[in-house]
Design a protein around this ligand. Structure first.
Ligand code: NAP
Length: 248
């Protein structure tokens, strides 16, 4: 018996990076996996094929996490295709880094809608089937930047800090229905998102990480497997960092 046998999970932004690692680990643990992408169609199809080769049901959906309508249609499609929904991982996220004096309204709005409104969109529509089943696990991929702040990332930090309050509120609202909600706060993880950072910033981060290395997407995925599984049935409303000791 694997940790996620017979469970259906939906992961936003599963075409690359942390989301793709979560999709793969979930499938390896026996879950059927629905996941979304935005523009990387070829990568999404490759991930879909990799998951299906593990013998579980997997499907990629093009769906904009920042769109309320897309989220509603997505949940309907996943229920029609998979018949149930046990876990949602709100992973889709972007950065539009720049100092506050240069930040445009568009850069603020893009980050807030993709990183925070998306969490509302997906949670809102996933709750109904979870309430019916009287079970569910919602996992919000946040960031230690939401805890620590960072120069040049006021929009990103605000969006990620917003997920903490959202997570704790949903845990309180939905606990009586046996629906759990937790936030995962990764530190500095090797993905396309961090490849964009310049060497000086990377070195500055590295010097402050007690484990003296960047994290791997798989190390974030391992915590998500645990939180989606029945090994974490009494854990809700928590923010758990995966950051090599960087945040307090
Ligand atoms: P990434 O490599 O840039 O991948 C981002 C993923 O999100 C891609 O699959 C992308 O789809 C998808 N996406 C972007 N906008 C979307 C939208 N509007 N609707 C649906 N999907 C969308 O990023 P990552 O590093 O894996 O980060 C994943 C999550 O972890 C993010 O929430 C990020 O903030 C968080 N995080 C990352 C780090 C880190 O160090 N990497 C640290 C802390 C937190 P396409 O491929 O189709 O564009």
């Amino acid at each position: 018996m694997k940790l996620l046998d017979n469970k259906v999970a939906l992961i936003t932004g599963g075409s690359r990076g942390i989301g793709a690692a979560i999709a793969l680990k979930f499938a390896q643990e026996g879950a059927h996996v629905a996941f979304t992408y935005m523009s990387s169609e070829d990568k999404a199809k490759a991930v879909e094929a990799e998951l299906q080769a593990l013998g579980i049901k997997a499907k990629a959906y093009r769906s904009d996490a920042s769109s309320y309508q897309d989220a509603e249609a997505l949940i309907e499609s996943v229920l029609a295709d998979f018949g149930q929904l046990d876990a949602v991982v709100n992973n889709a996220g972007i950065t539009r880094d720049t100092l506050m004096l240069r930040m445009t309204e568009e850069q603020w709005d893009e980050v807030m809608t993709t990183n925070l409104k998306s969490v509302f969109n997906l949670t809102k529509h996933a709750l109904r089937p979870m309430m019916k089943k009287r079970a569910g696990s919602i996992i919000n991929i946040s960031s230690i930047i939401g805890l620590m702040g960072n120069a040049g990332q006021a929009n990103y930090a605000a969006s990620k800090a917003g997920t903490f309050g959202f997570t704790k509120s949903i845990a309180k609202e939905m606990g009586s229905r046996n629906i759990r909600c937790n936030a995962v706060a990764p530190g500095f993880i090797e993905t396309d998102m961090t490849h964009e950072l310049d060497e000086k910033t990377k070195e500055a981060y590295l010097s402050g990480i007690p484990l003296k290395r960047l994290g791997k997407a798989e190390e974030v995925a391992d915590l998500c497997v645990f939180l989606a599984s029945d090994r974490s049935t009494y854990i809700s409303g928590q923010v758990i960092s995966v950051c090599g000791g960087l945040s307090d």
